[in-house]
Ligand binder design. Structure first.
Ligand code: C5P
Length: 221
């Protein structure tokens, strides 16, 4: 059995999670959404009233943090200390703060080691910001997925329209700010691994992108 690991990185709203889930489905692999883990950690900190400025408190809380990703009826369920927070982690409050908590080294190292454990047996499609560079530097297929900021904001807008009255312009600003924080941070910033394939999906359909990745994987595994 030649199962491999697939790393998908890129900025917010590039379509990573949709594609990663699809690719995992086609290959019967496990999908790991690492953004959901940073979101879950952020949700928990906000719930406990711990500011991202208070690094000592964050690190203490991280020690007791229990995050689980479990396959559910509508895709992946996210549990924090056994509580289902799948919906809550997509809130605007979490959006606004997640990139701040994601800068904290001790929080990252804890989540990175969890992610590495999940990929030990191979057959994983993992999406995030630092998968190809830091979490799975030996992944057999690495993709760096981008799209124009307008297209990315529009995709998120369509996703969120039902649950909030955020405007397209606001979303564009929100995404641009997260990109900036993710690219400029000291530890594991968002960047393309040297051996990653760059895919600009602005004018590609979901199926085209998924097919591309699946055929790369099949040619190797
Ligand atoms: O992928 P998603 O947009 O849900 O990720 C939310 C945030 O989590 C990102 O903006 C980034 O700050 C952080 N993140 C990260 N490293 C990852 C995945 C997500 O720092 N591997």
């Amino acid at each position: 059995n030649g199962r491999i690991n697939i790393a998908i990185d890129g900025p917010a709203g590039a379509g990573k999670s949709t594609i990663a889930r699809k690719v995992a489905g086609k290959l019967s692999y496990v999908y790991v959404d690492t953004g959901a883990m940073y979101r879950a950690a952020t949700w928990s900190m906000l719930q406990q009233g711990i500011s991202s400025e208070d690094v000592d408190q964050v690190l203490q809380a991280v020690n007791n943090l229990e995050i689980e990703l479990v396959p559910g009826e509508n895709g992946q369920q996210v549990l924090v200390g056994g509580v289902d927070v799948t919906e809550e982690i997509r809130s605007l409050a979490v959006n606004a703060k997640v990139s701040r908590y994601a800068q904290i080294e001790g929080l990252r190292s804890r989540l990175v080691s969890l992610q590495q454990q999940m990929a030990l047996r191979k057959g994983v499609v993992m999406d995030g910001r630092d998968i190809g560079t830091t979490v799975l530097p030996d992944a057999e297929v690495k993709i760096f997925m981008t799209a124009s900021i307008e297209e990315r904001a529009l995709r998120r807008y369509k996703e969120m329209k039902e649950q909030s009255d955020i405007t397209l312009k606001q979303l564009e600003l929100d995404i641009a700010e997260r990109d900036r924080l993710d690219q400029e941070r000291m530890i594991s910033p968002l960047r393309q691994a040297e051996d990653a394939i760059l895919l600009d999906t602005t004018h590609m359909s979901i199926d085209e992108v998924a097919e591309f990745i699946v055929s790369r994987a099949l040619s190797i595994q």
